[in-house]
Design a protein around this ligand. Structure first.
Ligand SMILES: Nc1ncnc2c1ncn2[C@@H]1O[C@H](COP(=O)(O)OP(=O)(O)OP(=O)(O)O)[C@@H](O)[C@H]1O
Ligand SMILES: [Mg+2]
Length: 232
């Protein structure tokens, strides 16, 4: 039976997907393609030769499910300290949806993205520590990813309100044609160090822009906090 999402308010919207709390399981979310931005429109927005690729290759949900299956088999349960679980596809009244672990604060609300956290609280000591821990984990584990972006990482807080860890919720997979784990370990580590270095630089740049008075886009900002009364 198809899951009803149409009468629910999404808790977030990215460039490609709408994110809903799974109605029967508040610790899971369902991501569906944005109805106002179809796969056909996404493909048409790409230049030659990318626009010749099959439609399915533009589908973030299919790509994420494939990549998460591979990572789970290759690296095992350790990755879930810093990567959200993926539970496969479901039918919804808004089209096929990908079910993932919904990352929440210990007190219940949905975790803010790293971008929203920096925007609202700045780079506090607990967040700096979580960023350092995340970067060393990423460099050690050599997890293949595209660019690590602050709106694709969330920052759950413990009961005291301190950031516990950083968790990647989007953007995993190979950024190049050659699978990362085919390369010698030292090369893999260097690639991952580049990604974490660029993430730190992005954080610094974002903070500098905020300081200069720039207002960020709403991408990666929650529309509601996922409490039972906030979504209908
Ligand atoms: N599993 C999750 N747990 C908590 N929050 C999440 C989760 N997945 C997504 N979010 C929130 O929803 C926002 C959008 O999700 P997501 O990045 O998956 O959408 P997208 O359309 O694929 O993004 P992009 O614009 O990067 O293509 C994120 O920035 C994050 O704030
Ligand atoms: Mg995203």
């Amino acid at each position: 039976m198809s899951v009803r999402l149409k009468d629910q308010k999404p808790f977030a919207q990215g460039g490609n997907r709408l994110c809903f709390v799974q109605p029967t399981q508040p610790d899971r979310c369902i991501k569906v393609r944005r109805p106002d931005f179809s796969l056909e429109a996404l493909r048409a927005s790409k230049g030659f030769p990318k626009n010749l690729r099959p439609l399915a290759s533009f589908d973030d949900n299919l790509e994420e499910r494939r990549v998460m299956g591979q990572l789970d088999r290759r690296l095992g349960a350790d990755i879930y300290a810093h990567v959200s679980h993926c539970y496969g596809m479901v039918d919804t009244d808004l089209g096929p949806g990908l079910v993932s672990e919904l990352i929440r604060d210990s007190a219940g609300p949905i975790a803010l993205s790293l971008k929203q956290m920096l925007w609202e609280r700045g780079l506090t000591d607990d967040l700096q520590q979580a960023l350092d821990d995340f970067c060393s984990f990423w460099e050690r584990s050599c997890i293949p990813s595209r660019q690590l972006l602050p709106h694709n990482i969330v920052a759950p807080r413990d009961q005291q309100g301190n950031v516990q860890r950083l968790v990647v919720i989007d953007g995993l997979g190979e950024s190049t044609l050659l699978p990362l784990h085919w390369l010698p370990t030292r090369w893999q580590q260097r690639r991952c160090r580049n990604k974490t270095g660029q993430l730190r630089a992005r954080v610094d740049r974002f903070l500098a822009e905020l300081k200069a008075g720039k207002v960020p886009s709403n991408m990666g900002r929650l529309l509601h906090d996922g409490s039972p009364t906030s979504s209908s």
